[in-house]
Design a protein around this ligand. Structure first.
Ligand SMILES: Cc1ncc(COP(=O)(O)O)c(C=O)c1O
Length: 363
Protein backbone atom coordinates (compact mmCIF):
# COMPACT_ATOMS: atom_id res chain seq x y z
CA UNK A 1 0.00 0.00 0.00
CA UNK A 2 1.30 3.43 -0.94
CA UNK A 3 0.23 6.13 1.49
CA UNK A 4 -0.35 9.55 -0.05
CA UNK A 5 1.92 12.11 1.55
CA UNK A 6 0.78 15.74 1.37
CA UNK A 7 2.39 17.50 -1.61
CA UNK A 8 4.12 20.11 0.54
CA UNK A 9 5.72 17.45 2.76
CA UNK A 10 6.77 15.36 -0.26
CA UNK A 11 8.62 18.43 -1.59
CA UNK A 12 10.86 18.58 1.50
CA UNK A 13 14.41 17.34 1.03
CA UNK A 14 15.48 15.37 4.11
CA UNK A 15 17.83 17.20 6.50
CA UNK A 16 21.32 15.91 5.88
CA UNK A 17 22.81 15.71 9.36
CA UNK A 18 26.55 15.29 9.83
CA UNK A 19 27.02 11.52 10.12
CA UNK A 20 27.24 10.36 13.74
CA UNK A 21 30.63 8.98 14.81
CA UNK A 22 29.26 5.58 15.73
CA UNK A 23 27.58 5.18 12.32
CA UNK A 24 30.84 5.96 10.50
CA UNK A 25 32.84 3.59 12.68
CA UNK A 26 30.31 0.85 11.98
CA UNK A 27 30.01 1.48 8.23
CA UNK A 28 33.73 1.81 7.51
CA UNK A 29 34.94 -0.58 10.19
CA UNK A 30 37.26 1.99 11.74
CA UNK A 31 38.04 2.96 15.29
CA UNK A 32 38.35 6.48 16.69
CA UNK A 33 36.86 8.47 13.85
CA UNK A 34 37.06 12.26 14.13
CA UNK A 35 33.90 14.26 13.51
CA UNK A 36 34.34 17.86 12.41
CA UNK A 37 31.09 18.11 10.49
CA UNK A 38 28.34 19.45 12.73
CA UNK A 39 29.96 22.51 14.30
CA UNK A 40 29.95 20.85 17.70
CA UNK A 41 32.21 21.77 20.60
CA UNK A 42 35.24 19.47 20.76
CA UNK A 43 36.16 20.28 24.36
CA UNK A 44 32.83 19.12 25.74
CA UNK A 45 31.01 21.03 28.45
CA UNK A 46 31.49 22.42 31.94
CA UNK A 47 32.15 19.83 34.68
CA UNK A 48 29.38 21.61 36.61
CA UNK A 49 26.97 20.26 34.00
CA UNK A 50 27.98 16.70 34.87
CA UNK A 51 27.40 17.34 38.58
CA UNK A 52 24.01 18.93 37.95
CA UNK A 53 22.85 16.14 35.66
CA UNK A 54 23.95 13.41 38.05
CA UNK A 55 22.25 15.19 40.94
CA UNK A 56 19.01 15.34 38.95
CA UNK A 57 18.98 11.82 37.54
CA UNK A 58 16.80 10.33 40.25
CA UNK A 59 14.07 12.85 39.54
CA UNK A 60 13.62 11.68 35.98
CA UNK A 61 10.45 9.73 36.89
CA UNK A 62 8.76 13.16 37.05
CA UNK A 63 7.74 15.43 34.20
CA UNK A 64 10.02 18.45 33.89
CA UNK A 65 9.00 22.05 34.63
CA UNK A 66 6.83 23.03 31.65
CA UNK A 67 8.40 26.46 31.07
CA UNK A 68 11.91 25.53 32.28
CA UNK A 69 11.32 28.04 35.10
CA UNK A 70 14.81 28.25 36.63
CA UNK A 71 16.60 28.22 33.28
CA UNK A 72 14.24 30.86 31.95
CA UNK A 73 15.05 33.13 34.93
CA UNK A 74 18.78 32.52 34.55
CA UNK A 75 18.76 33.41 30.85
CA UNK A 76 16.57 36.47 31.44
CA UNK A 77 18.89 37.60 34.24
CA UNK A 78 21.99 37.19 32.12
CA UNK A 79 20.50 39.10 29.19
CA UNK A 80 18.81 41.68 31.39
CA UNK A 81 15.36 41.04 29.93
CA UNK A 82 12.11 39.74 31.50
CA UNK A 83 11.30 36.02 31.77
CA UNK A 84 8.31 36.75 29.51
CA UNK A 85 10.73 37.62 26.70
CA UNK A 86 12.28 34.14 26.59
CA UNK A 87 10.93 30.94 25.06
CA UNK A 88 13.08 27.85 25.54
CA UNK A 89 13.02 24.98 23.07
CA UNK A 90 14.26 21.48 22.35
CA UNK A 91 17.17 23.11 20.54
CA UNK A 92 16.70 26.34 18.62
CA UNK A 93 15.30 24.09 15.87
CA UNK A 94 12.20 23.89 18.04
CA UNK A 95 11.79 27.69 18.14
CA UNK A 96 12.27 27.92 14.34
CA UNK A 97 9.41 25.43 13.89
CA UNK A 98 7.19 27.21 16.42
CA UNK A 99 7.66 30.54 14.65
CA UNK A 100 6.78 29.03 11.29
CA UNK A 101 3.66 27.32 12.68
CA UNK A 102 2.50 30.38 14.57
CA UNK A 103 2.98 33.01 11.89
CA UNK A 104 2.39 31.38 8.51
CA UNK A 105 -0.98 30.80 6.94
CA UNK A 106 -0.99 28.58 3.84
CA UNK A 107 0.93 30.38 1.09
CA UNK A 108 2.42 33.05 3.37
CA UNK A 109 6.03 33.76 2.51
CA UNK A 110 9.16 33.36 4.60
CA UNK A 111 12.35 34.84 3.17
CA UNK A 112 15.77 33.29 3.73
CA UNK A 113 19.19 33.20 2.10
CA UNK A 114 20.07 30.41 -0.33
CA UNK A 115 21.72 28.25 0.85
CA UNK A 116 20.67 28.50 4.49
CA UNK A 117 20.46 26.34 7.56
CA UNK A 118 18.04 23.71 6.25
CA UNK A 119 15.63 23.77 9.18
CA UNK A 120 14.26 27.15 8.05
CA UNK A 121 12.98 25.73 4.78
CA UNK A 122 11.80 22.46 6.34
CA UNK A 123 9.85 24.27 9.07
CA UNK A 124 8.30 26.76 6.65
CA UNK A 125 7.14 24.03 4.28
CA UNK A 126 5.82 21.89 7.13
CA UNK A 127 3.80 24.87 8.30
CA UNK A 128 2.29 25.24 4.78
CA UNK A 129 4.22 28.44 4.12
CA UNK A 130 6.20 29.29 1.00
CA UNK A 131 9.97 29.64 1.39
CA UNK A 132 11.42 32.41 -0.78
CA UNK A 133 15.17 31.98 -1.21
CA UNK A 134 17.60 34.75 -2.02
CA UNK A 135 21.03 33.66 -3.31
CA UNK A 136 24.09 34.78 -1.37
CA UNK A 137 26.15 37.67 -2.61
CA UNK A 138 29.81 36.66 -2.60
CA UNK A 139 29.26 34.14 0.26
CA UNK A 140 27.37 36.69 2.40
CA UNK A 141 23.70 37.34 3.13
CA UNK A 142 22.24 39.52 0.41
CA UNK A 143 20.24 41.93 2.57
CA UNK A 144 19.20 44.15 -0.36
CA UNK A 145 18.12 41.03 -2.25
CA UNK A 146 15.95 40.01 0.71
CA UNK A 147 14.35 43.47 0.83
CA UNK A 148 13.53 43.26 -2.88
CA UNK A 149 11.63 40.01 -2.32
CA UNK A 150 9.31 41.40 0.37
CA UNK A 151 5.65 41.29 -0.70
CA UNK A 152 2.36 41.75 1.18
CA UNK A 153 2.49 37.94 1.77
CA UNK A 154 5.83 38.12 3.63
CA UNK A 155 5.47 37.21 7.31
CA UNK A 156 8.94 36.04 8.37
CA UNK A 157 12.55 36.69 7.38
CA UNK A 158 15.31 34.35 8.56
CA UNK A 159 18.84 35.65 8.79
CA UNK A 160 21.83 33.96 10.39
CA UNK A 161 24.66 35.85 12.00
CA UNK A 162 27.37 34.52 11.74
CA UNK A 163 26.18 32.69 8.66
CA UNK A 164 26.20 28.90 8.40
CA UNK A 165 27.86 27.55 6.25
CA UNK A 166 30.16 30.39 5.13
CA UNK A 167 31.00 32.05 8.49
CA UNK A 168 30.22 35.52 7.09
CA UNK A 169 28.69 38.22 9.29
CA UNK A 170 26.32 41.19 9.21
CA UNK A 171 27.55 44.46 10.68
CA UNK A 172 25.56 46.63 13.10
CA UNK A 173 25.15 49.30 10.46
CA UNK A 174 24.01 46.91 7.73
CA UNK A 175 21.56 45.23 10.11
CA UNK A 176 19.95 48.47 11.26
CA UNK A 177 19.69 49.76 7.70
CA UNK A 178 18.00 46.50 6.72
CA UNK A 179 15.54 46.47 9.63
CA UNK A 180 14.52 50.08 8.96
CA UNK A 181 13.30 49.04 5.50
CA UNK A 182 11.28 45.99 6.59
CA UNK A 183 7.51 46.52 6.96
CA UNK A 184 6.13 46.71 10.50
CA UNK A 185 4.17 43.46 10.37
CA UNK A 186 7.11 41.22 9.35
CA UNK A 187 9.04 39.26 11.99
CA UNK A 188 12.82 39.24 11.49
CA UNK A 189 14.37 36.09 12.97
CA UNK A 190 18.07 36.56 13.71
CA UNK A 191 19.69 33.20 14.35
CA UNK A 192 22.75 33.79 16.54
CA UNK A 193 23.74 30.14 17.04
CA UNK A 194 27.46 31.07 16.72
CA UNK A 195 27.43 34.62 18.13
CA UNK A 196 29.62 33.80 21.15
CA UNK A 197 32.57 33.14 18.81
CA UNK A 198 32.48 36.54 17.08
CA UNK A 199 35.65 38.63 17.52
CA UNK A 200 34.86 41.53 15.19
CA UNK A 201 33.27 44.45 17.09
CA UNK A 202 31.51 45.80 14.03
CA UNK A 203 29.28 42.69 13.89
CA UNK A 204 25.63 43.01 14.89
CA UNK A 205 25.01 41.26 18.21
CA UNK A 206 21.55 41.33 19.76
CA UNK A 207 23.10 41.19 23.24
CA UNK A 208 23.66 44.95 23.27
CA UNK A 209 19.90 45.55 23.06
CA UNK A 210 17.91 42.39 22.31
CA UNK A 211 14.46 43.99 22.45
CA UNK A 212 15.19 47.29 20.74
CA UNK A 213 12.82 46.39 17.91
CA UNK A 214 9.59 44.47 18.51
CA UNK A 215 9.92 42.72 15.14
CA UNK A 216 13.27 41.10 15.89
CA UNK A 217 13.32 37.60 17.40
CA UNK A 218 16.80 36.42 18.34
CA UNK A 219 17.66 32.72 18.49
CA UNK A 220 20.47 31.39 20.66
CA UNK A 221 21.60 27.86 21.46
CA UNK A 222 23.47 25.87 24.10
CA UNK A 223 24.67 23.46 21.37
CA UNK A 224 27.77 25.34 20.25
CA UNK A 225 29.83 27.51 22.64
CA UNK A 226 28.37 25.74 25.70
CA UNK A 227 28.93 22.28 24.19
CA UNK A 228 25.49 20.85 24.99
CA UNK A 229 24.36 19.77 21.49
CA UNK A 230 23.24 16.35 22.73
CA UNK A 231 21.00 17.83 25.42
CA UNK A 232 19.01 19.90 22.91
CA UNK A 233 18.43 23.35 24.42
CA UNK A 234 18.01 26.59 22.52
CA UNK A 235 15.91 29.69 23.09
CA UNK A 236 14.42 32.76 21.53
CA UNK A 237 14.44 36.30 22.89
CA UNK A 238 11.36 38.17 21.71
CA UNK A 239 8.54 40.58 22.32
CA UNK A 240 6.19 39.16 25.02
CA UNK A 241 3.30 39.13 22.54
CA UNK A 242 5.21 36.66 20.32
CA UNK A 243 6.47 34.67 23.33
CA UNK A 244 2.91 34.23 24.57
CA UNK A 245 1.86 32.79 21.19
CA UNK A 246 4.81 30.38 21.00
CA UNK A 247 4.23 29.24 24.58
CA UNK A 248 0.61 28.50 23.66
CA UNK A 249 1.58 26.05 20.89
CA UNK A 250 4.81 24.47 22.12
CA UNK A 251 4.75 21.03 23.68
CA UNK A 252 4.39 21.57 27.42
CA UNK A 253 7.46 19.45 28.19
CA UNK A 254 9.58 20.38 25.17
CA UNK A 255 12.78 20.70 27.22
CA UNK A 256 13.54 17.56 29.23
CA UNK A 257 14.59 17.66 32.86
CA UNK A 258 18.25 16.78 32.35
CA UNK A 259 18.54 19.35 29.56
CA UNK A 260 17.10 22.03 31.84
CA UNK A 261 19.56 21.40 34.68
CA UNK A 262 22.46 20.98 32.23
CA UNK A 263 21.80 24.33 30.56
CA UNK A 264 21.30 26.03 33.92
CA UNK A 265 24.68 24.79 35.17
CA UNK A 266 26.30 25.73 31.85
CA UNK A 267 25.05 29.31 31.83
CA UNK A 268 26.38 29.80 35.34
CA UNK A 269 29.92 28.72 34.42
CA UNK A 270 31.41 31.75 32.70
CA UNK A 271 34.95 30.37 33.10
CA UNK A 272 34.15 27.34 30.97
CA UNK A 273 32.45 29.50 28.35
CA UNK A 274 35.53 31.73 28.16
CA UNK A 275 37.77 28.67 27.80
CA UNK A 276 35.54 27.25 25.08
CA UNK A 277 35.64 30.49 23.11
CA UNK A 278 39.42 30.90 23.59
CA UNK A 279 40.10 27.33 22.44
CA UNK A 280 37.88 27.81 19.42
CA UNK A 281 39.70 30.98 18.38
CA UNK A 282 43.06 29.25 18.68
CA UNK A 283 41.81 26.37 16.54
CA UNK A 284 40.27 28.69 13.92
CA UNK A 285 43.56 30.56 13.60
CA UNK A 286 45.59 27.34 13.46
CA UNK A 287 43.39 25.65 10.85
CA UNK A 288 43.11 28.78 8.72
CA UNK A 289 46.89 29.23 8.77
CA UNK A 290 47.63 25.60 7.92
CA UNK A 291 45.03 25.43 5.14
CA UNK A 292 46.35 28.64 3.64
CA UNK A 293 49.92 27.29 3.83
CA UNK A 294 48.66 24.33 1.83
CA UNK A 295 47.46 26.79 -0.81
CA UNK A 296 43.70 26.65 -0.21
CA UNK A 297 41.37 29.64 -0.38
CA UNK A 298 39.74 29.80 3.08
CA UNK A 299 36.68 31.97 3.63
CA UNK A 300 37.13 34.41 6.53
CA UNK A 301 35.01 33.21 9.45
CA UNK A 302 33.69 34.52 12.75
CA UNK A 303 32.25 31.14 13.74
CA UNK A 304 33.69 27.79 14.88
CA UNK A 305 33.87 26.44 11.32
CA UNK A 306 35.26 27.46 7.98
CA UNK A 307 34.70 26.73 4.32
CA UNK A 308 37.67 26.19 2.01
CA UNK A 309 38.10 25.43 -1.66
CA UNK A 310 39.74 22.10 -2.54
CA UNK A 311 39.52 22.98 -6.27
CA UNK A 312 38.22 19.53 -7.11
CA UNK A 313 35.03 17.53 -6.54
CA UNK A 314 34.37 18.15 -2.83
CA UNK A 315 32.07 15.14 -2.46
CA UNK A 316 34.83 12.79 -3.59
CA UNK A 317 37.32 14.35 -1.19
CA UNK A 318 34.74 14.08 1.59
CA UNK A 319 34.15 10.36 0.81
CA UNK A 320 37.87 9.58 0.73
CA UNK A 321 38.43 11.36 4.03
CA UNK A 322 35.49 9.49 5.53
CA UNK A 323 37.12 6.17 4.65
CA UNK A 324 40.14 7.35 6.66
CA UNK A 325 38.00 8.22 9.67
CA UNK A 326 37.75 12.00 9.32
CA UNK A 327 34.25 13.41 8.87
CA UNK A 328 33.88 16.88 7.36
CA UNK A 329 31.04 18.34 5.24
CA UNK A 330 30.95 18.50 1.49
CA UNK A 331 29.27 21.74 0.48
CA UNK A 332 27.96 20.31 -2.80
CA UNK A 333 24.38 20.07 -1.59
CA UNK A 334 24.68 23.78 -0.72
CA UNK A 335 25.76 24.57 -4.28
CA UNK A 336 29.51 24.95 -3.64
CA UNK A 337 30.95 22.07 -5.65
CA UNK A 338 34.58 22.38 -4.67
CA UNK A 339 34.20 23.49 -1.05
CA UNK A 340 34.43 21.57 2.19
CA UNK A 341 33.35 22.85 5.60
CA UNK A 342 35.27 21.82 8.68
CA UNK A 343 34.69 22.83 12.28
CA UNK A 344 37.31 23.28 14.96
CA UNK A 345 38.44 20.21 16.84
CA UNK A 346 40.95 19.54 19.59
CA UNK A 347 44.61 20.00 18.54
CA UNK A 348 44.90 16.23 17.92
CA UNK A 349 41.75 16.22 15.81
CA UNK A 350 42.86 19.27 13.83
CA UNK A 351 46.22 17.66 13.06
CA UNK A 352 44.59 14.39 12.05
CA UNK A 353 42.21 16.28 9.76
CA UNK A 354 45.10 18.14 8.12
CA UNK A 355 47.20 15.05 7.57
CA UNK A 356 44.27 13.05 6.13
CA UNK A 357 43.43 15.99 3.84
CA UNK A 358 47.03 16.13 2.64
CA UNK A 359 47.14 12.40 2.01
CA UNK A 360 43.80 12.47 0.19
CA UNK A 361 44.90 15.23 -2.15
CA UNK A 362 48.46 13.92 -2.55
CA UNK A 363 49.95 17.15 -1.21
C1 LIG B 1 22.48 28.40 12.03
C2 LIG B 1 22.01 27.35 12.98
N1 LIG B 1 20.88 27.54 13.65
C3 LIG B 1 20.42 26.63 14.50
C4 LIG B 1 21.10 25.45 14.71
C5 LIG B 1 20.49 24.41 15.59
O1 LIG B 1 20.79 24.58 16.87
P1 LIG B 1 20.13 23.67 17.98
O2 LIG B 1 21.09 22.59 18.28
O3 LIG B 1 19.92 24.63 19.12
O4 LIG B 1 18.80 23.15 17.47
C6 LIG B 1 22.28 25.20 14.03
C7 LIG B 1 22.98 23.92 14.22
O5 LIG B 1 23.89 23.53 13.57
C8 LIG B 1 22.74 26.16 13.13
O6 LIG B 1 23.86 25.98 12.42
Amino acid sequence: MKFKVSDRIAAIKPYEAGKPLKAIEREYNIKKAVKLASNENPIGFSPKVTDAVLAHINEMNRYPEPGAHDLNRAIAGKLNVNPGNIVIGNGSDDIIALLAHAYLNPGDEALMPLPSFLMYEISVRTAKGAPVMVPLDDFTTNLDGLLEKITPATRLIFITNPFNPTGAVITHDAFHRFVSKVPDDVIIVVDEAYIEFVRDDSVYNSMTDPLADRRVVTLRTFSKAYGLAGFRVGYGIMDPEIAEILNRIRQPFNVNGLAQVAALAAIQDQDFLNKSIRTTHQAVDYLTGELEKMGFFVLPTQANFMMFDVRTDAKQVFEKMLEQGVIVRSMQSYGFHTFLRVNTGTMDENQRFLSVLKRTLNL
